[in-house]
Design a protein around this ligand. Structure first.
Ligand code: PMP
Length: 431
């Protein structure tokens, strides 16, 4: 059986950095990434046959745990009919109808294959609808790796401490205005200075790519009001939060209660149940500007893929109210265990959460935006991370990422985590 180290050496010879997506390479925490061989429920097995309790869940999609039998059966049925048609098909129709039925402001859905594509499409649509070029995004929010959204991005860009990426033209970068998260006054100022040039504000429903940041009360609704005043579109990115923090996501959990609606929502991760699938969604008037109903072009050879749609639909159908209560309860328990262990070891930390979604910052100060998130002790996180991994707990290899719970986590898994945490906390304390 080859070791993870041997596999990683082989991978680096044929793939940049040995991976298909940067954070997986363990750049921030050092050491050798584990090659995943298989996963079932809350457990993931690496190429050396070691088992870990998984708190990443493929970065969000595996809300029911890995390889849920009904999701796998739905995929098998779809694949038996053919992995791809490149034609309209029933699974995509059923998934679109499901999303429209679940999320009130949504009347139309366009399927894409990654979160990046979904947000990129939403931005093009907003530009096409308004005839304006500029967009506002917030520092530390991640909306995928399309050119206009890479500026001051979270996730891997934050993890690796990268400046804005080479390869993005000056013209594209100039069309993206980056503001600190949570400052409606600065959004107001930017619109006052050039509101007639701004096509859209793009925000994560709840930022979770610089760690989890709780939106200040009324922030998202305030963005709505400013956009309305200046005729700009509001794009709420729920690629990560959609169908995770509640039956629909942030929008269903809180947005509706505050009496506002985004113009466009983006989904990914859970809507594909672990296969590549994402979506742009919104009201009919705006969405019907997309080709072929309208002039804004967007397309995809594999878009609306039947297996991915079937996996997403099965996942959404299985994600009952009981599942969400379980996710919430597990998240509360986990957060309690983490804070107990870190406090006992004297490690300054903050845990931010929005429903079951949370992250742990290794700092004693409040974390409210990218600047405060960057002040954490990433070396302490690295020691914490590696001890947990050695003890059989699989976390995201960066303190800028959220922790993802799944319905498959139960008492046995929590015991493994509880047993590992004190050692990890003490490792974090040894600076
Ligand atoms: N938006 C958000 C909020 C995300 O969290 C992510 C990925 N984590 C993306 C967009 C990009 O999605 P993808 O990696 O599928 O391109």
């Amino acid at each position: 059986m080859p070791t993870n180290e041997e596999l990683f050496a082989r991978a680096r010879r044929v793939m940049p950095g040995g991976v298909s997506s940067p954070v997986r390479a363990f750049g921030a925490v050092g050491g050798t990434p584990r090659f995943a061989a298989k996963a079932k429920g809350a457990w993931i097995t690496d190429a050396e046959g070691r088992e870990y309790v998984d708190l990443v869940g493929s970065w969000g999609p595996m809300i029911l745990g890995h390889a849920h039998p009904e999701v796998v059966a739905a995929i098998h049925r779809a694949v038996d009919a053919s992995p791809s048609f490149g034609a309209p098909c029933l699974p995509e129709l059923a998934l679109a109808e499901k999303i429209v039925s679940m999320v009130e402001p949504v009347e139309r859905v366009r399927f894409t294959s990654s979160g990046t594509e979904a947000v990129m499409t939403a931005v093009r649509l907003a530009r096409g609808a308004t005839g304006r070029d500029k967009i506002i995004k917030f520092a530390g929010c991640y909306h995928g790796h399309s050119d206009s959204l890479l500026a001051a991005a979270g996730s891997g860009v934050a993890t690796l401490g990268l400046p804005d990426s080479p390869g993005v033209t000056g013209g594209t970068a100039a069309d993206t205005l980056v503001l600190p998260y949570g400052r409606l006054d600065l959004v107001e100022e930017a619109f006052a200075a050039g509101g007639d040039l701004i096509a859209a504000v793009v925000t994560e429903a709840v930022p979770a790519n610089m760690g989890v940041i709780v939106p200040p009360a009324g922030f998202n609704k305030g963005l709505r009001e400013i956009c309305d005043r200046y005729g700009a579109k509001l794009i709420v990115d729920e690629v990560l939060t959609g169908f995770r923090v509640g039956p629909t996501g942030y929008w269903g959990a809180a947005g509706r209660d505050e009496g506002w609606a985004p113009d466009l929502l983006t989904y990914g991760k859970i809507v594909g149940g672990g296969l590549p699938m994402s979506a742009v969604a919104g009201g009919a008037a705006l969405m019907d500007l997309l080709a072929p109903a309208g002039p804004v072009y967007q397309a995809g050879t594999l878009s609306g893929n039947p297996a991915a749609a079937a996996a997403g639909l099965a996942t959404l159908e299985l994600a009952s109210a009981d599942v969400y209560s379980h996710l919430d309860a597990v998240s509360v328990q986990l957060r309690g265990l983490i804070t107990d262990a870190l406090s006992e070891a004297g490690v300054p930390h903050r845990i931010n959460n929005w429903g079951n979604l949370f992250s742990v910052f290794f700092t004693g100060d409040q974390v409210t935006d990218y600047e405060s998130a960057k002040k954490q002790d990433t070396a302490a996180f690295g020691r914490f991370f590696h001890t947990l991994l050695d003890e059989g707990v699989w976390l995201a290899p960066s303190s800028f990422e959220a922790w993802f719970v799944s319905d498959a986590l139960g008492d046995r898994e929590l015991e493994v985590i509880a047993a590992a945490l004190p050692k990890a906390a003490h490792a974090a304390a040894r600076g």
